[in-house]
Ligand binder design. Structure first.
Ligand SMILES: Nc1ncnc2c1ncn2[C@@H]1O[C@H](COP(=O)(O)OP(=O)(O)O)[C@@H](O)[C@H]1O
Ligand SMILES: [Mg+2]
Length: 284
């Protein structure tokens, strides 16, 4: 393994709300990393929706149907245990999760874990092994409430949300087990190009919140139809050069924001020992 600690860097995309853009963001990060020739393993913990696994399945089908060379990671769907009592379920979840992650560490540079939009044992376990945790939130005060209750005038934090407390616990757990730290990044998603006033207010509130809740707030992604349209083809904005898709000005702007997001994530550069083979066995 090229990584100095002999471990993959674990990226977890999570929050306890569906539809905030976790799987869409996750997909763009995976493809961006694979474009840099990193080996990436994907774990989809949303075993009900399986959006990320489905996104990647669409990608495989599209690549085959159009004879395209697209990088596609290995995907593992982990379902929560339903056997026995609560203690037994917790035991089984922990065992299954730890075994899978240990295995993936062996030949991945990055492991990306996409969480469901609800609290679960598996989601908690994922948060507690994260090196980088990414929480996309939609651009509204309803979503800010997922992080903390804030005073409407001063934006001072009045109470941490259950989710922020869970991340706090995960950080404590991380510090105790391997003295690791979790770089928690909150990104806005589906930012409207129209509602300037709301945009400014949410921006100020997040700037205030980041100091108190200890996350890094980064700009994130705008609301763009293209993000919805890419799913059935399994494509991302990073792929356009490898396909026959027509590129418009809007795509170029969107690609820029993905590049900026990747830079903002501040992921480690991992030295490569050997080139990666792609889906069709071609070496880059
Ligand atoms: N920036 C965006 N602009 C427009 N639509 C988006 C954007 N991000 C996500 N979406 C759409 O919002 C819906 C929910 O996104 P998804 O990534 O599945 O969220 P989650 O994984 O958090 O449930 C999907 O239909 C997706 O295509
Ligand atoms: Mg999802």
């Amino acid at each position: 393994m090229p990584n100095k600690k002999n471990k993959a860097h674990i990226i977890v995309v999570g929050n306890e709300k569906g539809g905030s853009g976790k799987s869409t963001t996750a997909m763009h990060i995976v493809v961006s990393l694979m474009k840099k020739n990193y080996s990436v393993s994907v774990v989809d913990l949303d075993s009900r929706q399986k959006s990320l696994a489905r996104y990647l399945e669409n990608r495989l089908n599209y690549a085959n149907a159009h004879d395209l060379t697209l990088s596609i990671p290995d995907v593992y769907i982990l379902s929560r245990s339903m056997e026995g009592d609560v203690d037994n379920m917790m035991f089984e979840d922990t065992k299954n999760f730890s075994e899978l992650i240990e295995e993936l560490h062996k030949d991945s540079d990055f492991i990306l874990i996409d969480c469901p939009g609800s609290d679960s044992n598996l989601a908690r376990l994922a948060h507690s092994v994260a090196d980088t945790l990414i929480t996309p939130i939609n651009d509204s005060f309803v979503d800010l409430d997922l992080l903390a209750t804030v005073n409407p005038d001063t934006y001072k934090v009045e109470k941490l949300s259950l989710y922020s407390e869970m991340v706090w616990d995960a950080r404590k757990h991380r510090a105790m087990t391997d003295r690791g730290t979790i770089d928690w990044i909150v990104m806005r998603n589906r930012v409207s190009t129209l509602d300037a006033k709301n945009k400014r207010r949410v921006n100020s509130a997040l700037k205030e919140l980041q100091k108190r809740v200890s996350f890094r707030y980064v700009q994130g992604l705008a609301e763009r139809v293209i993000y919805r349209e890419l799913f059935p083809k399994g494509l991302t904005l990073v792929d356009f050069r490898d396909t026959d898709e027509k590129v418009t000005m809007s795509h170029i702007a969107a690609r820029q924001e993905i590049r900026r997001l990747m830079a903002d994530l501040n992921l480690p550069e991992i030295e490569k020992e050997k080139p990666q083979a792609d889906l069709k066995g071609n070496v880059a």
